[in-house]
Every structure is written in C-alpha cells, then in structure tokens.
Write a protein that binds this ligand. Sequence first.
Ligand SMILES: *[C@@H]1O[C@H](CO)[C@@H](O)[C@H](O)[C@H]1NC(C)=O
Ligand SMILES: *[C@@H]1O[C@H](CO)[C@@H](O)[C@H](O)[C@H]1NC(C)=O
Length: 144
Amino acid sequence: MYPYTFYCVLLFCCTRALSAEIPDDLLDKPILECLEKTNMDKLFFKNSFDKKFHLVKGDAKLAESLECLGKSKKLINEDGKLNHDNIHNHTVNILIPLTNTNGDKDQMATKVTNECINVSGDSYSDRIANLHNCIVDALAKHSK
Ligand SMILES: *[C@@H]1O[C@H](CO)[C@@H](O)[C@H](O)[C@H]1NC(C)=O
Ligand SMILES: *[C@@H]1O[C@H](CO)[C@@H](O)[C@H](O)[C@H]1NC(C)=O
C-alpha cells in the first residue's frame, strides 16, 4: 500500500514537471484570434512554455503567433519603444494569474513592467518572447 502511494506521487510530480499548465481561460480573445490567424495549434502553443512559464523559442510558427499577438496587444510602439500601459494590462490580466503571483496586482505589474521596459531582441517576435520571459522572471523574483 505505502510503496504504491509513493509511486503514484512520484509519477504525478514528474508528469507535471514536463511543461507548465496553461489554463484555457487565460487565453484571451487576442491570443485566440492570433492562434487562429497563424494556424497555430492551441496545444502546441501551450506546450511552448517550459515549467517556469518561459517561452521556448525557435519555432517559426510560434514566432508568427507572437508577432501577431504583440501587434494585436500593441506591446511595441511605432517608435520602437515598449508600450508600458499595454504590457501592464497584459501582465495584470494574463501573466500574474498564470504564475499565481500573490500581492497587489497593479503594483506588481508596474514594478515588473518598469524592469523589463528596455528589453530588446533579434526580431519583433524574439523581442516579444524576451519580454515575456523577462516579466515572468521578475514576477518570480518579487513574489518570494
Ligand atoms: C486590457 O486587457 C483586457 C483583456 O486582455 C482587454 O479586454 C482590454 O481592452 C485591455 N485594456 C486596455 C486599456 O488596453
Ligand atoms: C531604460 O532606458 C531608459 C532610457 O535609456 C533608462 O532611463 C532606464 O533607466 C532604463 N531602464 C531599465 C530598467 O533598464
């Protein structure tokens, strides 16, 4: 009895650790529209995040979806600077619930947006991925 229970717990841990759980209700309208527009499979998209919610870069289709999403949410301004308000909004509505970050959402989003406001990248989509990873890391750092 005891070894069997232990085995189940172990199995659960290890299966769970392979990729992060992205709940469907955190895929908002802009995300769903971009996945559809770029023919990105929802499950493939969800599996593009590692267990720390970092985006795993390198897939061309994922890059297309990220570019669509960044433009849809206006995360980068015409002048090439990151848009603080729109990143703040995405952080409050999606990234804080996704990472189960505790505390005042508005204050936390302001802090991490300020920390990641100068993120760069090799291309538009690369910059969006770097921005996402920067914010997720900053949330983890401050939520301790
Ligand atoms: C903030 O995000 C929500 C959900 O993603 C969206 O519906 C809303 O229009 C956004 N607000 C602004 C001011 O961009
Ligand atoms: C971002 O860049 C601006 C302008 O160069 C600078 O004033 C600010 O300190 C930078 N912020 C961070 C977090 O690097």
